[in-house]
Design a protein around this ligand. Structure first.
Ligand SMILES: NC(=O)c1ccc[n+]([C@@H]2O[C@H](COP(=O)([O-])OP(=O)(O)OC[C@H]3O[C@@H](n4cnc5c(N)ncnc54)[C@H](OP(=O)(O)O)[C@@H]3O)[C@@H](O)[C@H]2O)c1
Length: 283
């Protein structure tokens, strides 16, 4: 095992919806997206989480535009290899295309976006071993990997698997029920939670306790949710936010320790509903 020396920060900036959805949006306000990235960097959120398939590559181009006037030491890039292209050659090529779109010559965190049974999972890691040896990536991560594919990743990668980017919110607990969380903890893999905020209103049972604790601590219900999720061991977050106010609130939430009985009360409402990303964890 090679020590990469890399560590993922507590908070990264999510970039989903920058440049479009699955396809580029010709009416997208690129300047707005660029200023969202600048706001994050200026507020100390310097790891930018993007993906090859966000707006079919346009998102990475916008990230490239946003970072071009910063020194390379001022930001870190996390990008995710498209799960439709996971052969050894696809992965080598995908990494080079990502770097080209962003105008950079290495990627800090190179991630397999999700497993795909049409490919041999080992190939992503064989290719990333080579990309590391050639100096094109600094570390490797996984996303939407369940226990079976985590074992393959750990066995094949010469680099430590730093993190697993997965859906974790109060609206589903797929990472718990599929054994993904336990498998990550066992292997020392951080959980990087995504979509932790967008759907908190969908959990109706949680609203009274969120309201009560928001009032008690004079914070927002979003901060209560983040403080709750952050009480799980080995959790870090990727969050999309456009405002300094929200970044300040997110940082404040990371420092907040709720009482055990408060955490338990939220946990009781943490639904076991099956989320959209569960299928990947079961592959
Ligand atoms: N690996 C995967 O398969 C996968 C899947 C989905 C997402 N992701 C990644 O995860 C990132 C995060 O997920 P997401 O973008 O879907 O959703 P999210 O980060 O959970 O939520 C984003 C929304 O939360 C709001 N928000 C942020 N901070 C807030 C605060 N302190 N108080 C109140 N509202 C706040 C933002 O509004 P403001 O702009 O007003 O702050 C924005 O509308 C994505 O951007 C993407 O990079 C990965």
């Amino acid at each position: 095992m090679i020590a990469s020396g890399m560590k993922l920060p507590k908070i990264s900036l999510g970039t989903w919806l920058m440049g479009g959805t699955k396809e580029p949006d010709p009416l997208n306000n690129d300047q707005n997206d660029i200023s969202v990235i600048h706001t994050a960097i200026e507020n100390g959120i310097t790891t930018i989480d993007t993906a090859q398939n966000y707006a079919a590559g346009r998102c990475e181009e916008i990230v490239g535009e946003a970072i071009k006037n910063y020194p390379r030491t001022a930001y870190q890039i996390l990008t995710k290899q498209n799960r439709e292209y996971l052969s050894y050659d696809n992965v080598i090529e995908g990494c080079h295309e990502s770097m080209k779109r962003m105008g950079i010559d290495f990627i800090d965190y190179f991630v397999c976006h999700a497993p795909n049974p049409d490919f041999d999972t080992q190939d992503f890691f064989r290719a990333s071993n080579k990309l590391f040896d050639d100096g094109f990536i600094k570390s490797v991560g996984i996303s939407n990997f369940g226990p079976k594919n985590i074992e393959i990743a750990v066995k094949t990668s010469r680099l430590p698997i730093l993190f697993n980017q997965v859906h974790f919110s109060i609206d589903d607990d797929d990472i718990i029920t599929t054994g993904t969380y336990a498998s990550c903890v066992k292997h020392g893999i951080k959980i990087q939670a995504y979509r932790s905020l967008v759907s908190i209103d969908d959990n109706k049972n949680a609203q009274p306790i969120l309201k009560k604790l928001a009032s008690k601590y004079s914070i927002s219900k979003y901060q209560v949710v983040l403080a709750y999720l952050n009480s799980y061991k080995d959790i870090v977050f990727t969050i999309r936010s456009s405002s300094k106010k929200h970044w300040d609130e997110i940082k404040e939430a990371m420092r907040l320790e709720l009482e055990k009985k408060e955490l338990d009360e939220i946990k009781k409402t943490h639904t076991g509903k099956e989320g959209n990303f569960r299928q990947f964890l079961l592959m």
